[in-house]
Design a protein around this ligand. Structure first.
Ligand code: AMP
Ligand code: ZN
Length: 464
């Protein structure tokens, strides 16, 4: 696979440090509120990265932290009248509902900042011992001048960085670029003991400590949204590499922004929709599919028309799968020579699908191949009697949708035992020539949004 490495600004062949295994660290949410649709983009695209690497035979260890203590958590806990810990637990639970809804698998490791204080303090101590950190009245700071490679990820001259936004203010900093490793406790704030007094960790140090502690000093892939390149990931590199003397990550992947009216969706701008609300309007699956319809590094605009297109495409895919399930269940014939020839072309669709994902996770092209396959399969199974053809086509489409993490939940709902039972009862009524009862059942199903179609191959049904 080739990965566009933000560090080199080039596509590079992905070679894991340990053959056969990949260790990935993805910066996770600060848990003080519901996540918005922009936050869902890294979740979905890096979930596909994980699935694609696994489908290629790698053993992936995927770590994603929860930032459960910071200014926003403390402020929100005060508003909601609960402890920081209860607030974080509440929004971790809400996060999981959305992540599961989006078909995002749980991380193998999901560390909390507050449960990794020892690793954080050890790392700060190492930086102190090496002269890369110093104390100030309001905490401990990283001394950027002690790490000459600072700026290598964001590739901006240090003067520009110093003048840039999001540089933290702080009392007693030696230089504007220096950033907090440990923040001295203000009265009433949650605090932990440290050699430098009661306080709490800065944001950047938790990721360095947890990535290093859980995955090793050098990991394979570090990922997150583009806005994390500076200062967050630049600072992670400075801390980890100053302490350990080896690269923090071999590949850095950053997703582009999800925009709304061509502006980044952000809590601070107030132009956001929560994933929860978007899912109520469009369905989780549609949001996931919409995210995958673009390349992860391109900007993506959140607009009702685009979501409607995504919903329509998903429905086409769902119908194709339902139809194939029906054919696998009901057909018994063998392939004609023409059908066998078509079946022989199916592996090439999967090869092209994999090649697209191998090219820096080009999900847009992969989705394109999937829909070519849907179109061609539909054309070839329209009048078929061949079970092996339906099976091969079902396996092809199922394999690709699996890598994209599309569960087509609607399909699962439709395979509801109650619906099947009603259809069986209707068949029995028809066999007994009780057409009144058969029609009544048809109407009952129709009221539930289930449409029946009597075909020579048997009764087909689909959701309206
Ligand atoms: P935050 O809670 O702001 O730290 O964001 C959590 C994750 O979502 C980070 O990886 C961010 O880079 C990412 N993110 C936030 N807003 C957007 C957006 N509008 N588009 C894409 N990714 C975003
Ligand atoms: Zn991080």
């Amino acid at each position: 696979m080739k990965i566009y490495n933000t560090l080199s600004r080039k596509k590079e062949t992905f070679v894991p440090l340990t053959p056969g295994a990949a260790r990935i660290y993805c910066c996770g949410p600060t848990v003080y509120n519901f996540i918005h649709v922009g936050n869902a983009r890294p979740l979905v695209v890096f979930d596909v990265l994980r699935r694609h690497l696994e489908a290629g035979g790698l053993a992936v260890t995927f770590a994603q932290n929860f930032t459960d203590i910071d200014d926003k958590v403390i402020a929100r806990a005060a508003v909601e009248g609960m402890s920081y810990a209860d607030l974080a637990a509440k929004y971790i639970a809400e996060y999981r509902i959305d992540a599961h809804g989006l078909g995002v698998r749980d991380a193998d490791l999901a560390p909390l900042a507050t449960e990794n204080m020892e690793a954080i303090l050890t790392l700060i101590q190492t930086l102190m011992d090496k002269g890369c950190a110093y104390t100030a009245p309001d905490g401990v700071y990283f001394r950027v001048s002690a790490f000459p490679a600072y700026g290598k990820l964001s590739r901006q001259p240090l003067d520009d960085l110093a003048a840039g936004a999001r540089v933290e203010v702080g009392e007693g900093k030696e230089s504007p670029l220096d950033f907090a490793l440990w923040k001295a406790a203000k009265p009433g704030e949650p605090a932990w003991p440290s050699p430098w007094g009661q306080g709490r960790p800065g944001w950047h140090i938790e990721c360095s400590a947890m990535a290093g502690g859980l995955l090793g000093e050098t990991i394979d892939i570090h990922c997150g949204g583009q806005d994390l390149i500076f200062p967050h990931h630049e600072n992670e590199i400075a801390q980890s590499e100053a302490a350990h003397g080896v690269p923090l990550a071999r590949y850095w992947m950053h997703n582009g922004f999800l925009n709304i009216d061509n502006q980044k969706m952000a809590k601070s701008l107030g132009n956001f929709f929560t994933v929860r609300d978007a899912a109520a309007a469009y369905g989780y699956e549609t949001i996931r599919f919409f995210m995958l319809s673009a390349h992860y590094r391109s900007p993506l605009n959140y607009a009702p028309e685009t979501l409607a297109q995504a919903a329509a495409a998903l429905e086409r895919l769902g119908n194709a799968l339902t139809n194939l399930d029906f054919l696998v269940e009901n057909l018994a014939g063998d392939m004609t020579p023409e059908e066998a020839a078509f079946a022989g072309t199916l592996p090439a669709y999967r090869a092209r699908f994999d090649a697209a994902l191998d090219d820096d996770l080009n999900t847009a092209d992969a989705v394109g191949v999937l829909f070519e396959a849907v179109r061609d399969v539909n054309a070839h199974v329209a009048g078929t009697n061949a079970r092996p053809l339906a099976q091969a086509a079902r396996a092809l489409l199922g394999g690709m949708t699996g890598v994209l993490g599309l569960r087509l939940a609607k399909q699962a709902d439709m395979l509801d035992a109650d619906i099947e039972a009603l259809i069986a009862r209707r068949q029995a009524a028809r066999a007994a020539r009780d057409f009144k009862e058969a029609d009544r059942i048809r109407d009952e199903l129709k009221a539930k949004g289930i449409l029946l179609e009597d075909t020579p191959q048997g009764v087909k049904w689909k959701k309206n």
